[in-house]
Design a protein around this ligand. Structure first.
Ligand code: OGA
Ligand code: MN
Length: 195
């Protein structure tokens, strides 16, 4: 599975991998994310960085909580181990020089999205590989919430946020947006950064 991700990244700069996380761990992570939401630990996400950061819920509607580097939670530990395997393989096979992962739970309420953007900040280009792992069980096309990625040949990729699916892409190459959904939409979104 990791080999396939690496091959796809080398060939296209992006990859969509179903069942990157198994159903058991997806469920545990989803329970954790929903619990964090219920207990008020997620906060409205902003746009931009540092002094320039603003809250614009009409453009970006999710609420987030950053993960610890060394979580107590076994499902988060499992997730981070999988991501570490990916990081090492990407560095070994693609010489990406990925140094660290920053990632957060993200929960979009019904009707919320994230307008078209790039994941690299204007003043800070360390984000190199974007990763989104979805935590939504039984997600159907009619629920909406697709990630829409603009590919370099002008075509579009629409990814349904199905539990266990990992999407990853080179952060500076692909504008993308999150379409609104008819049910809450949960993920762990992250970025592997260079130094
Ligand atoms: C982001 C983002 C995509 C998704 O958080 O920057 O683009 O599918 N998320 O949740
Ligand atoms: Mn993004």
């Amino acid at each position: 599975m990791i080999n396939t991700i690496i091959e796809q990244l080398a060939e296209h700069g992006w990859c969509v991998m179903a069942d990157f996380i198994d159903a058991h761990h997806v469920r545990q992570l989803a329970i954790e994310g929903e619990h964090l939401h219920q207990s008020g630990r997620l906060t409205q996400a902003g746009i931009g960085q540092g002094q320039g950061k603003t809250l614009q819920p009409g453009l970006r509607g999710d609420s987030i909580l950053w993960l610890d580097d060394s979580p107590d939670n076994p499902a988060q530990q499992h997730f981070l181990q999988q991501m570490e395997t990916l990081r090492l393989a990407a560095n070994r096979e693609l010489q990406l020089g990925l140094f660290e992962l920053e990632c957060h739970f993200a929960r979009y309420p019904v009707g919320a999205g994230y307008a078209k953007h790039l994941d690299v900040f204007q003043q800070d280009s360390r984000r190199t590989l974007s990763t989104i792992c979805y935590l939504n069980e039984n997600w159907q096309p009619e629920h909406g919430g697709q990630l829409r990625i603009e590919l370099e040949d002008g075509s579009q990729l629409h990814v349904l946020p199905k539990g266990g699916t990992l999407v990853c892409f080179l952060s500076h190459r692909f504008p993308h947006e999150v379409l609104p959904a008819t049910r809450p939409r949960l993920s762990i979104t992250g970025w592997f950064k260079r130094r």
